[in-house]
Write a protein of this length. Structure first.
Length: 161
């Protein structure tokens, strides 16, 4: 698995929930992740394939509790806010430029919660899998675009074909 692939699927899920919450059933998504099963009726949809990927990868690397915790906060979240460094949106990629608790500098993540007084992200942590952490803007760098630079990503185990 590549961290990039896992982050892309988390980014897609969070971005879709933030941008089009009426179209996506948050309870269905959380139930699917909790039960580790995707209803047959959505398995062949983009959402279903995304959930199947996340279930497989989170089972290997860990992180179900933190992903579920992040999803529970979505109804209280703002989709985007303006900051002195520019606008930020749910699901944007980020990388730590300062240590955040046990996360070393260079840890990748996606923004999972935005409010006027709090920012949170889902980060990949070696050994712990996906962890949810509160951060400040001076601790991270926003990565613009839809992909994380391949030259900066290390492979975790074998890449799925």
């Amino acid at each position: 698995m590549l961290i990039r692939d896992l982050m892309l699927h988390l980014k897609s899920l969070l971005w879709c929930l933030a941008k089009d919450s009426k179209r996506y059933n948050l309870n269905l998504i959380m139930d699917s992740l909790n039960s580790r099963q995707v209803p047959e009726s959505i398995q062949r949809t983009p959402l279903g394939r995304n959930l199947l990927f996340l279930i497989d990868e989170l089972a290997c690397c860990g992180g179900f509790p933190d992903v579920l915790s992040a999803l529970k906060k979505i109804p209280k979240c703002e989709c985007s806010i303006d900051t002195p460094m520019g606008p930020i949106e749910m699901g944007q990629y980020l990388v730590t430029i300062k240590k955040i608790e046990q996360l070393p500098v260079g840890s990748y993540g996606v923004i999972s919660f935005i409010s006027k007084d709090r920012l949170m992200g889902l980060f990949y942590s070696e050994g712990a899998g996906i962890v949810e952490k509160k951060f400040k803007m001076d601790q991270i760098k926003i990565i613009k675009g839809t992909l994380i630079d391949l030259s900066t990503i290390k492979c975790l185990g074998t890449e799925k074909q």
